[in-house]
Write a protein that binds this ligand. Structure first.
Ligand SMILES: Nc1nc2c(c(=O)[nH]1)N[C@@H](CNc1ccc(C(=O)N[C@@H](CCC(=O)N[C@@H](CCC(=O)N[C@@H](CCC(=O)O)C(=O)O)C(=O)O)C(=O)O)cc1)CN2
Ligand code: MET
Ligand SMILES: [Zn+2]
Length: 773
């Protein structure tokens, strides 16, 4: 008998983003369907072979996706809304992509959903507290489900033909329904009895094809769930156990402790249960005597959400007692969650400092760590003495590294007082000074920061990286791009200008590359949505700012115009939430360090003459803990960090912030506590519904509700945007409203941006004529 190693899911974009490039080539018509399918199959095969070679025994299938696993599930059960070209039979690849990206109108290779004017893409939102986005299935009260994709079965058979026996993964039925959306007031969980027969069909097909286990992901178990969800889970797994008795279910939840859902999870009639021991270590002690002897425990001991090499000695201490109690047969070792959220392979990072590289484990290294743990438990630590020694050495090097702890940073943090996080005067006083200083018209117009990141811009950056052009040439090129962008904004009549962010590869990575304490990778891509990826910086040490990061670009841009040039920074909470963060100090302390470094940037911008400074906090909402009980603490330090960054300026300096994809109702008090002079938010798709949260709360400061959906190439008309502003006027006083798009324009093309912003300026002018301040 041997201890089984599992992975729960693996990165699927490909070690060199092969899937991204194949998808974008397919969407733009540069390659055909056969070539796309071939690339995908080759990636899956390589992935299976790699896991087998690394000693993974429980290898997943159906963890691959062309876009997203929630979309795969919607398609599997035939939950395809009208308009995507499907009526019955199997859903085609093109209908699938239509749901992901929209249909009709012109198409674009940028990979952004919402493309095409005709039928919009499904809505997209964050997968729990990750930077991965899923497509939100739409379900109605009359919803019917039928088997409309056999992808799980096809991929199981594909692996089998390849010589690998897999454990297929499915998004569980209750998580699927919970994360879907329906009409207001419609409880999606009431659909469970209609949905389950399709799941049973799939499971029976899997069993008939030789599957003995299946992994059912039910991360709703890591959330605060109500009685209806509990009842649905009991019904679902009871029915599955009786309808498909020959298929064993590994029930997996992750991203947090099971906590008060633990008894329920244990009691469900599944053959196995997975625990996320990174975030839910207490579950292990709690589960002690409660778990039936025959149930297999999958122990998520290796962190699937972060990139640090594990402390294998500590893992072994945790594992030994439970292995002694339950024996090898009833234990599996796994990452805490799917490895989708970490990059592929540290070995590819030849540019990283060797010390730092030795501290890291990406997906492949995490599999190796699991294999070492397995061997240590089976054959004793001596059998893997070298591997354990290497881990200890890397850990010791990290803990003692002089680059990790900096006394100047620590001393500064220790000296932080509440006064530092306080603007000198309250908003009303500041607003009066700022009104005088800027003399802006009513309904001032502005944008969120980025302008189209064209191929030319990205190619220039790539050429610089390859040494094909000089630093000076690169800067000259960007200066020209910036100047053209500034001139164009003046011509079109925007009131507050931006420089366009052409010098930034990404709003977080750019700052990670400029701050001490962060490392950055060459190939450490992680899927964010569809074909879009990010390379999260790796925060390994105390944060300091060796030199100004944005001041020269701002100065150049301001020198070209008499209009106010808004400086542009990414805020501390967003940098933290979109990075891999050190685990040797708290996230709160790490965030305050970033905040202090950015505070200096804000001061330098103000000294250089910047009168408006925008500090983006696009990821503040997504860092909100999954469990309600943990939220207040997070919001406290997140808001304080933003205020530490923003409060060092004079009263006449205007602080802007920006948030997108946000639901504000449950955090509106914290948004107000940030005390930004102006906040811009995404609003156009919700037709200004979001503003009710601000109105009900009597939110006191200025607001720019987005009037232009930047996720679509469609150009909104003057009348449409004016209509949205009029709706906003029903919620907010005219003198506090700004006019701007929903978010940055980096994924858009110039022609549609020009047309849309011209209409936006015209809409603001119409409103000015119709209203008086
Ligand atoms: N970090 C982060 N998270 C976020 C967002 C965000 O902007 N940043 N926005 C929200 C939505 N998520 C998004 C995530 C990624 C992208 C995105 O556009 N990603 C780009 C990569 C951006 C980047 O880092 N670009 C680099 C590298 C570009 C590149 O791929 N270069 C090519 C060559 C250039 C070419 O020929 O085009 C190469 O290296 O092979 C640069 O500009 O320098 C992509 O996947 O294509 C957009 C939105 C939420 N989360
Ligand atoms: C995802 S929020 C983006 C904010 C950034 N300033 C931009 O305009 O791109
Ligand atoms: Zn945004």
């Amino acid at each position: 008998m041997s201890l089984a190693i599992a992975t729960l899911g693996t990165p699927r974009i490909g070690p060199r983003r092969e899937l991204k490039f194949a998808l974008e080539a397919y969407w733009s018509g540069r390659i055909g369907r056969a070539e796309l399918l071939e690339t995908a199959a080759a990636l899956r095969a390589a992935n299976w072979a790699d896991q087998a070679a690394r000693g993974v025994a429980v290898i997943p299938s159906n963890d691959f996706s062309f876009y997203d696993q929630m979309l795969d599930t919607a398609v599997m059960v035939g939950a395809v809304p009208a308009g995507y070209g499907w009526t019955d039979g199997m859903v085609s690849l093109d209908s699938y992509f239509a749901m992901a990206r929209g249909v009709g109108g012109e198409d674009c290779a940028c990979g952004h959903p919402g493309h095409g004017g005709g039928v919009p893409a499904l809505e997209m939102t964050k997968w729990f507290d990750t930077n991965y986005h899923y497509l939100v299935p739409e379900l109605g009260p009359g919803q019917r489900f039928v088997l409309a994709s056999t992808k799980p079965v096809d991929e199981f058979r594909e692996a089998k033909a390849f010589g690998i026996h897999t454990r297929p993964v499915l998004v569980g039925p209750v998580t699927f329904l919970r994360l879907a959306k329906g009409a207001a007031g419609f409880d999606r969980l009431t659909l469970i009895d209609r949905l389950l027969p399709v799941y049973v069909d799939v499971l029976k097909l899997l069993a008939a094809n030789g599957a003995d286990w299946v992994q059912m992901d039910e991360p709703v178990l890591a959330t605060d769930i109500d009685a209806a969800a509990r009842a649905a889970l009991i019904r679902a797994y009871g029915l599955i156990a009786s309808a498909v008795p020959n298929l064993k279910v590994m029930l997996t939840s992750y991203f947090g402790p099971l906590g008060d859902n633990l008894d329920l999870a244990v009691s469900l009639p599944t053959a196995g249960l997975h625990l996320d021991l990174m975030r839910g270590r207490d579950d292990l002690a709690e589960i002690g005597g409660r778990i039936p002897d025959g149930k297999v425990l999958s122990l998520g001991v290796i962190d699937g959400r972060n990139v640090w090499r594990a402390d294998l000695d500590a893992c072994l201490d945790l594992l030994r007692p439970i292995v002694a109690r339950r024996g090898f047969d009833h234990i599996q070792l796994a990452p805490s969650c799917s490895l989708l959220h970490v990059p592929h392979d540290v070995e590819a990072e030849t540019g990283l400092d060797p010390d730092i590289r030795s501290w890291l484990a990406f997906a492949r290294q995490k599999m190796d760590e699991l294999a070492v743990l397995g061997r240590a438990l089976e054959s004793g630590s001596d059998a893997v003495a070298d591997a354990l020694a290497a881990t200890r050495a890397a850990r010791a090097s990290r803990l003692s590294s002089r680059r990790v702890v900096r006394s100047d940073v620590r001393a500064r943090l220790a000296a932080v007082t509440l006064a530092l996080a306080e603007r000198p005067a309250p908003f009303a006083e500041r607003a009066a000074l700022q009104r005088q200083r800027f003399g802006l018209p009513p309904f001032p117009t502005t944008t969120i920061g980025s302008f189209p990141q064209t191929q030319d811009v990205r190619r220039a950056r790539q050429a610089l990286a390859k040494g094909a052009i000089s630093e000076a040439d690169y800067r000259d090129f960007l200066k020209t791009e910036t100047a053209a962008c500034v001139r164009w904004q003046e011509e079109i009549g925007l009131d507050v200008l931006v420089h366009g962010e052409f010098e930034r590869n990404d709003m977080v990575q750019y700052f990670g590359e400029k701050l001490d304490g962060f490392a950055f990778t060459q190939h450490g891509w992680v899927q964010s949505y569809g074909s879009r990826c990010v390379r999260p910086p790796i925060l390994y040490g105390d944060v300091a700012r060796p030199e100004p990061m944005t001041v020269d670009w701002w100065r150049h841009a301001q020198s070209l115009t008499d209009k106010p040039m808004k400086a542009m920074l990414t805020g501390p909470v967003t940098i933290l939430n979109w990075s891999f963060v050190r685990d040797d100090i708290g996230r709160d302390a790490a965030c305050r360090q970033i905040a202090l470094a950015l505070r200096d940037e804000v001061a330098d911008l103000e000294d250089a003459g910047a009168a408006m400074i925008q500090i983006d906090e696009a990821a503040l909402r997504e860092g909100l803990p999954i469990r309600k009980a943990d939220r207040a603490r997070y919001l406290d330090w997140a808001v304080e960090s933003f205020r530490l960054t923003s409060s060092g300026v004079g009263n006449a300096t205007q602080i802007h912030t920006h948030m997108c994809y946000s639901e504000f109702n449950d955090i509106i008090a914290s948004i107000a506590a940030m005390d930004a002079d102006v906040i811009s938010i995404e609003c156009s798709r919700s037709k200004m519904e979001l503003l009710t949260a601000f109105a009900d709360f009597h939110y006191p400061n200025d607001i720019g509700p987005g009037v232009y959906d930047i996720h679509s190439p469609r150009v909104p008309s003057v009348e449409e945007m004016a209509g949205l502003i009029r709706t906003a006027l029903g919620h907010l006083p005219a003198e506090r409203i700004w006019i701007n798009p929903d978010c940055g324009l980096k994924t858009r093309g110039w022609p549609e941006v020009q047309a849309a912003l011209a209409n936006m300026v015209a809409a603001a002018r119409d409103l000015r004529q119709a209203t008086t301040r």
